[in-house]
Design a protein around this ligand. Structure first.
Ligand code: C2O
Ligand code: CU
Length: 629
């Protein structure tokens, strides 16, 4: 059974258990706790459901501790302890062995129901990690509910009022505490900002503002100007859209060569919220990373900012604004970046294909309609697939066998040719496919659109005749050759548990996307020292896919769901953690700075799923409140 089904089953068992206790309570109340075989049977069922929860938790524990901690240390033991005690007290009465004792029996059954409910709340409200304070609050809630029931049954007015008031107070106090800690705490990144301004700690530290590429860095200068502005566009298919662009739909493609010093001046013409340029997947020095509020101030209308970095990592990348980015990128504030090796690539045809949804139309490259590039048969070709959307997309190349040559800008060694297999590209990810253009041509399609496609075919070929069949998705974890990959002997461990829970976001209640139970900016940073190697375990308890993206670094995939990666070493900057999945990746801390680590479904990032990887000794003078995805 898959991990997400187990998670769902666990929740269902918890709910059913609460239902069984409640049912037993009602039946027992009806017979005024005289003999009731059905009520006794429900007590038995409830106990079995507790055992079933323990079993499911044990299965999940093998996947990741973060999936089960609150179940194993709280929900199950609590229900087991209370359940056994309640069964001992109530069963003899319900089976008619001893005379009816309504107050004791009903109070006990309510206590058991309340502990089952507390178990469910521990899962959905608190999740991982369950710490002492919320655990005590839940225990108090069980105790107060039990007390209230007893008082009601004895018709003790004063105690009813007392218990009721205490229950109310408990709920108000926990909610209030959660709200206050959201609005009052400065957040993890601001703590660094503070360190930067306090003279006592200035010694031995470096500010992100100084982690820049010098203007006189070696390399042939390549200068680009990008102007961000509002732009009304009409797609080739006739759809009108109010876009925001860096000068062109899908952005001007920046093509540079290893050895060049890339210099890009960003000018904001009229984007109210401000813009920045983040070099997605290109591991620039921290001060060039383009994160408003962490590495620079947002560039407001009329302002400009110049980025510089040395082209030294060939591959396919993209750039996008990092200010109000969910909205900005959706509207078009992005473009592609291609870094060519010295002397160019081997392939004669080289096409970059960003997939982007503008409004309700999907564009593949420059069009939302079928497009054909006419080439002679025979040359080798490289398609650079870039997913600039918020959700994963599947691409299918039909008509020729192809090889996956690179993923996220890193070469894949020894990939065997495949045919009629689709590739899944996470939000923000890139995959390069290489193939030889056959006489009959090829066509690239995507599940995201039945209209847009890109054919590469000789003059006389009708691309609509190319047969399109998908024989399943290619799994990159087992694709290509491993080589002799040496892993460092020791790594420190860090854990990221993704979930969706009710939280306060900027003072307002929301069904937020959480990391380790918290939302940005309250998620505890991962703190590293330069040179440290970290094994990061990322577990998804939620029912949605989270494309996790770390700035400034590529991570090496070690395993997924406990199964080690066996293909060519996969160095990714964005990896899709699907529902119930547990990924282990290795991170080498070799690029000092304050780096965002977030879900690249930017709506999720906006609703909490964003944190930082910080290097000891690096500070920022910028204000985190300026960060908006
Ligand atoms: Cu492409 Cu912080 O993201
Ligand atoms: Cu997400």
């Amino acid at each position: 059974m898959s991990t997400s089904l187990l998670l769902l089953l666990d929740l269902a068992l918890g709910g059913a258990c609460a239902g069984a206790w409640a049912g037993a309570t009602v039946l027992a109340a009806r017979t005024r706790t005289r003999q009731s075989t059905p009520a006794a049977a429900l007590v038995g069922v409830a106990m079995l459901l507790v055992l079933a929860q323990a079993g499911v938790a044990a299965l999940l524990a093998g996947q990741a501790w973060g999936l089960v901690q609150e179940k194993l240390v709280f929900a199950v033991p609590l229900q087991l302890a209370v359940g056994i005690a309640v069964a001992v007290v109530t069963l003899p009465v319900l089976l008619g062995r001893v005379r009816p004792r309504p107050t004791v029996v009903l109070t006990a059954l309510v206590a058991a129901s309340a502990s089952a409910v507390a178990g469910v709340l521990a899962r959905v409200l608190i999740g991982y990690p369950l710490t002492a304070v919320p655990a005590i609050a839940l225990l108090l809630l069980v105790a107060v509910t039990t007390w209230l029931t007893a008082a009601l049954l004895r018709r003790d007015r004063r105690q009813v009022v007392g218990a009721g008031a205490l229950a109310g107070l408990l709920v108000v106090a926990s909610t209030g505490y959660a709200w206050l800690s959201d609005i009052a705490s400065p957040g993890a990144i601001a703590a660094h900002a503070h360190a930067a301004t306090s003279p006592a700690s200035a010694e031995g530290t470096v500010s992100v503002a100084d982690l820049r590429t010098p203007a006189d860095a070696p390399g042939r200068l390549r200068h680009f100007d990008l102007t961000a502005r509002q732009q009304d566009i009409t797609s080739p298919g006739g759809r009108e859209f109010r876009a925001q662009t860096f000068g062109a739909v899908g952005g001007p493609e920046l093509r540079v060569e290893v050895g060049e010093l890339v210099e890009v001046t960003l000018l904001n013409e009229d984007i109210e919220d401000g813009v920045t340029l983040h070099w997605h997947g290109y591991d620039v020095p921290n001060g060039e990373d383009g994160v408003a509020g962490a590495t620079q101030e947002a560039v407001l209308p009329g302002e400009s900012f110049t980025y510089r970095f040395v082209a030294d990592e060939p591959g396919t990348y993209w750039y996008h604004t990092h200010q109000s980015s969910a909205d900005g990128i959706r509207r078009g504030l992005f473009g592609t970046l291609v870094v060519l090796p010295v002397g160019g690539i081997e392939e004669q045809v080289d096409v970059t294909v960003p997939l982007h949804t503008f409004g309700s139309t999907v564009w593949l490259g420059a069009s939302d309609l079928p497009e054909v590039r006419r080439v002679m048969a025979g040359p080798s070709a490289r398609l650079r697939l870039v997913n600039t959307d918020q959700i994963p997309h599947r691409f299918l190349l039909s008509g020729a066998e192809y090889r996956v040559a690179a993923v996220d800008g890193r070469e894949i060694a020894g990939g065997a040719p495949v045919i009629d297999r689709s590739v899944r590209v996470p939000a923000g990810g890139r995959v390069d496919l290489v193939f030889t253009v056959p006489e009959t041509g090829v066509v690239l399609t995507t599940e995201a659109s039945s209209a847009a496609s890109l054919a590469i075919a000789p003059q006389d070929v009708d691309p609509s005749e190319i047969e399109v069949v998908d024989r399943g998705e290619l799994d990159l974890l087992s694709y290509g050759e491993r080589g002799d990959l040496q892993l460092p002997a020791s790594m420190t461990d860090e854990e990221i548990v993704l979930d969706r829970q009710p939280r306060f976001l900027g003072g307002l209640p929301a069904n937020a996307y959480t990391v380790n139970g918290a939302v940005f900016p309250h998620i505890e940073n991962i703190e590293v020292t330069e040179g440290q190697v970290v094994r990061l375990t990322v577990a998804n308890r939620n029912w949605e896919t989270h494309p996790m993206h770390l700035h400034g670094h590529h991570v090496l995939v070690l395993s997924r769901n406990g199964v080690p990666a066996t293909g060519a070493p996969l160095w990714l900057d964005t990896f899709d953690v699907q529902p119930g999945e547990v990924w282990q990746v290795m991170l080498v801390a070799d690029n000092p700075g304050i780096w965002m680590d977030h879900c690249h479904n930017l709506d999720h990032a906006d609703e909490g799923m964003m944190m930082a990887l910080t290097y000891r000794g690096v500070t920022t003078p910028y204000d985190h409140t300026g960060i908006s995805g």
